[in-house]
Design a protein around this ligand. Structure first.
Ligand code: 1GP
Length: 256
């Protein structure tokens, strides 16, 4: 049994950060992407320069996760990474799964309960788990993730609270920190919070939620983000390589 806890996809993500300064991840919601569209959408993301695809949602109404993941896997060479709202959102065809614990909350089910249910299935599926501390930050309005998770987000101005959570994640041996304002958040996580958290810990930090334009994505990178995620902004119409490229170039800083 290998003792290498740093799997292939995690090492790839670290290499993206190393080579490009930061990585751009596109989040696809299986409820908003028909499997027959997934091929074209996946190719547009890859052609536009996305470094990986995230697939998942805090609440799924449909039952097409497997079909969407399968279609994306056929379409792209970049990793397809699950971003699950719960232990039911797993698919054997993906490359990896963000093994999330919602550490900003105090809901035991999302701290460890769902993880215990998911772990044996992740092993059986042969998925690479990437242990990720999910830190929910108040985004100016009640988001689905806040409502569904039944947790309180960290207030936007409580930078010290976010720093302490992130450091606890590092000391617990987690591999990534995800600073999340929630999908469709009115306000993204502030640059000040990104700067202070990334300056305080060594783990790569993913920033997502409410990022709607390339300039904002760039500011998160300048503040220290290792990865930027967008979801909604590219779902409100057709995902074209050009739209993806605008974000990818902003995140990569012109591929210095
Ligand atoms: C949500 O961080 C992601 O989990 C992306 O959020 O949909 O607001 O871009 P948006």
């Amino acid at each position: 049994m290998s003792r290498d806890f740093q799997g292939k996809v995690y090492r790839y993500l670290l290499s993206v950060q190393e080579r490009k300064g930061a990585g751009y991840l596109v989040l696809l919601d299986p409820d908003r992407l028909r499997p027959e569209e997934a091929l074209e959408v996946g190719q547009a993301c890859e052609e536009g320069g996305a470094d990986a695809l995230l697939v998942g949602s805090s609440l799924l109404l449909g039952d097409t996760l497997d079909q969407v993941v399968c279609a994306l896997k056929e379409a792209v060479r970049i990793p397809v990474i699950l971003f699950p709202g719960g232990a039911d959102q797993l698919s054997a065809d993906a490359d990896a799964v963000l093994f999330l614990s919602l550490i900003s909350g105090r809901n035991p089910e999302l701290l460890i309960g769902q993880q215990v249910r998911a772990a044996p299935r992740i092993r059986a599926f042969g998925l690479e788990p990437i242990s990720t501390a999910y830190i929910l930050v108040e985004g100016g309005a009640l988001t689905t993730v806040e409502y569904i998770s039944n947790t309180r987000p960290i207030p936007r101005d409580k930078v010290d609270v976010a720093m302490a959570h992130a450091l606890a994640a590092e000391y617990l041996g987690m591999r990534m920190v995800y600073l999340e304002a929630g999908s469709g958040a009115r306000l993204s996580v502030s640059e000040e919070m990104v700067r202070e958290v990334t300056g305080y810990i060594r783990l790569p930090v993913i920033v997502g939620g409410g990022i709607r334009d390339p300039e904002t994505a760039r500011r998160k990178v300048e503040a220290g983000a290792s990865f930027v995620v967008t979801g909604n902004v590219l779902e409100d119409g057709t995902i074209t390589p050009g739209r993806v490229r605008a974000f990818a170039e902003a995140v990569h800083g012109g591929e210095r």
